[in-house]
Design a protein around this ligand. Sequence first.
Ligand code: SAH
Length: 347
Amino acid sequence: MKTDIRSMTLEELTAALKALGEPAFRGKQVFTWLHRGVRSFDEMSDISKPLREKLAEAYRADGLSVARKQMSQADGTVKYLWELHDGNCIETVLMQYRHGNTVCISSQVGCRMGCAFCASTLGGKVRDLTPGEMLEQVLFTQLDSGLSVSNIVLMGIGEPMDNLDNVLRFLELVNHPLGLNIGMRHISLSTCGVLPGIRRLADMELQLTLSVSLHAPDGETRSRIMPVDRAYGVDELFEACHDYFKKTGRRISFEYAMIDGVNDAGWQADLIVKKLRGMPGHVNLIPLNDVAESPLKPSRRVRQFQRRLEEQGVTATVRRSLGGDIDASCGQLRRKAMEQEREEREK
Ligand code: SAH
């Protein structure tokens, strides 16, 4: 098995090249090429042929390939289904906003969190993504689309806190001045509420934006739709969020998918207000995306719920839904591709 070279930090690359008898600057050269998106060592024109051959024997630099690509006619959102070197598939979504282009990347192949409304988790988790595979989603989306990416959200398939070591290394890579150089303030990480991860991030005091998928402020409802709540209860979650704010000074964004008759009652808005007191939270109301496999239906009370929060001083926005015509949400494209493959096989 060859080593995934795009997962290596500059320091590691430099050390590895030194061990091959190369001068210190060689690490920088190779790192720069890799982060520009070359797919083979032969493209590294200022590296000698013998060294390129040596590298190709030990390392893999090929990256992701496009398995499928869909573009929304309505808003220019592009969705990529990438094939990884082992045949697994993941999704990346590119969204064009006024404030810049944002990519939504995956952190795992599948997910083991089991949220009742989410398509990404239906088949469980297959494996973690490497730091290089996360980087490549940003890199090759940029190269393929010709659009430069200014913001990254870790809101695709997978639970970033369930793969935190790799995610942290990815952040270091994507942040590097010789690489894509995307600043922490332009990166959001979303979690369903894995507390050890939130606490670890709080202690690191990174300047990224933390998003918490709340979806219900009361344990009874939340544990019904999000199994993670049975391991880390919602009151503990709010406590960790308050602590996160105290340590980092960063406002947390709470994701809230509005589900008919489940989490859209007035008292639930009131409870959110109460639990956020003392912390400048922001609630992002998302009209539930209909997932065919799920009995949960979109709420009709989104505006009312928003008003109720705002009247009590909690800022709440209703997320503009992009890419609705191309399954650009929550693991739906990967799901569809897997189903089609199965149908093909069964024919
Ligand atoms: N595992 C992380 C990262 C995924 S982010 C997390 O849970 O935060 C994807 C976001 O989309 C999460 O907020 C998730 O709860 C939400 N989501 C999943 N399925 C959805 C659906 N059918 N409709 C609306 N939002 C959904």
